[in-house]
Design a binder for this molecule. Structure first.
Ligand SMILES: Nc1ncnc2c1ncn2[C@@H]1O[C@H](COP(=O)(O)OP(=O)(O)OP(=O)(O)O)[C@@H](O)[C@H]1O
Length: 463
């Protein structure tokens, strides 16, 4: 989707899909001609039964319904509408003297009522309110989902060169509508980076909606992304908006995109290319204006080569790729990060010059941080629970050997120190895919010492 020109949608009335039901022919003709002129799409029905059929089949933003119609009464239509499509706003048209019935309609959840003969300007204003109300509802929904995952602001801590480069890239790409692909190991801050893209974009006032593509069963993911119609499958008892709709005019963050099932990859590609979404079970697509940010810890080109990820989708999403550094490659950022994470639990840490004892910082800097900042956040949270005073000291942290080797002392007993040392060296090399410079840095020894130890080990085995 390339919606840049639509991003001025902050105050404009969003085009609505309106269902109109009235038995008066001249009104049907008027509405069929005038509503499209206001920019809306309208389906006209001559009675209540027809309106209910239309509600069963499609999704509407708004139902405009007369009360006194032959056959099914308007009130019944509203009742049915609230059952099968609770998100559709109902507006009642009443003749003189039926104000009481209109009030019953409001009690049933109707949005408002208009008395006949009504003026087009009144209708227009009402649709503006419906549109604003729907925007608000979407935002609330998105906020609720965000709140569930609330983890503070999108402020990315880190002054290491790699972080400075990353922040500069985000600042450049954020105001555009380009799709961004964020690559990084687990816990490196991919979601935070995605939020930062959103918050620095022109869409910052609009919803930011996140979904972990690996967290939902294959049969639910399409419905979660694109929505579904009532009856689309067993258990779909009402129409439901998908996240593309919820994120409309905002940003949709597709976390762990590499985990998306093959079939959904095809559907997603269609949506990204056409800018149109079709709810599961619905035949008519509708346009959405969504900026996409994806993230993965997987090697997508490798997945493509192995046939697990669509090549065309990869090229569609990697327009702008950013890589998040692992925490072990920016250990100097640890003091600031640790303070930032501690403030979440102990606000007073923000005002203290040294909320951590220097030895504790040293211990934190010595660890390999396979789980990156998420792991650091857990260690800090645990420390904040153990120690209710500041500064945090070494005793409040898990012991370094446990952290570093990830092994119990039982597993080490019976081995010589030399064996343990070599096991640690080989495990660290494995972690760094054989990169000796990175392994030596993490082990806290020089590259030369690492070579000496490896050579000595090889010679002793050969002897
Ligand atoms: N640069 C940063 N500054 C401050 N906090 C950060 C930073 N990066 C990550 N965090 C924090 O670390 C935790 C993990 O971050 P986030 O969820 O964004 O990582 P992720 O890469 O998306 O994780 P996963 O791979 O598990 O999905 C969060 O609490 C987040 O706020």
């Amino acid at each position: 989707m390339q919606p840049s020109k639509k991003s001025n949608s902050k105050s404009a009335t969003r085009p609505l899909k309106i269902l109109f039901a009235d038995d008066e022919i001249h009104l049907q003709e008027l509405i069929a001609a005038e509503l499209p002129r206001m920019g809306h799409e309208v389906t006209v029905c001559g009675d209540g039964t027809e309106a209910v059929e239309a509600l069963e089949k499609g999704v509407f933003d708004c139902l405009l319904v007369d009360l006194d119609m032959p056959g099914m009464h308007g009130i019944e239509v509203i009742e049915t509408c609230k059952k099968i499509a609770p998100e559709t706003e109902a507006i009642v048209l009443t003749g003189k003297g039926s104000t009481e019935t209109a009030i019953s309609a409001l009690r049933l959840g109707a949005f408002d009522y208009l008395q006949k003969p009504c003026k087009l300007v009144e209708l227009k204003a009402l649709f503006q309110r419906v549109s604003a109300q729907r925007d608000l509802k979407r935002q609330i929904l998105a906020l609720k989902r965000r709140l569930d995952r609330a983890e503070g602001s999108a402020n990315m801590i880190g002054e290491h060169r790699s972080m400075q480069r990353l922040k500069a890239l985000i600042a450049k790409v954020a105001p555009t509508d380009s799709t961004v692909l964020i690559h990084g190991e687990t816990g490196t801050g991919k979601e935070l980076a995605a939020r930062s893209v959103h918050e620095n974009s022109l869409r910052s006032e609009k919803p930011f909606v996140a979904i972990n593509c690996g967290a939902l069963p294959e049969n639910l993911i399409e419905s979660e992304l694109f929505g579904h119609c009532k009856g689309a499958y067993t258990g779909a008892s009402e129409h439901r908006q998908g996240l593309f709709e919820v994120a409309d005019s905002g940003t949709l963050f597709l976390d762990e995109i590499g985990e998306l099932p093959k079939q959904t990859q095809a559907s997603l590609l269609r949506v990204l290319e056409s800018g149109e979404v079709k709810r599961v079970g619905e035949s008519e697509p509708f346009s959405v204006d969504v900026r996409i940010v994806c993230a993965t810890h997987r090697d997508l080109p490798k997945m493509v080569a192995e046939g697990d990820f669509r090549e065309d989708l990869m090229y569609r999403i990697n327009t702008f790729e950013v890589k998040l550094p692992a925490l072990r490659d920016r250990l100097d950022d640890i003091p600031e990060l640790a303070r930032h994470l501690l403030v979440r639990h102990r606000p007073e840490a923000a005002r203290i010059e040294a909320p951590f004892d220097p030895q504790a910082i040293k211990q934190l800097k010595n660890h390999s941080w396979g789980g990156n900042i998420r792991e650091l956040a857990n260690v800090i949270e645990r420390a904040a629970i153990i120690n209710d005073a500041l500064p945090i000291v070494c005793d409040d942290l898990p012991t370094l050997s446990n952290l570093k080797l990830g092994a119990s002392t039982d597993a080490l007993a019976g081995k010589s120190l030399r064996e343990i040392e070599m096991e640690t060296i080989y495990a660290t090399l494995d972690q760094h895919d054989g990169n000796k410079t990175a392994a030596a840095r993490q082990l806290g020894i020089s590259l030369k010492t690492l070579y000496n130890k490896l050579n000595a080990d090889i010679s002793s085995r050969a002897a």
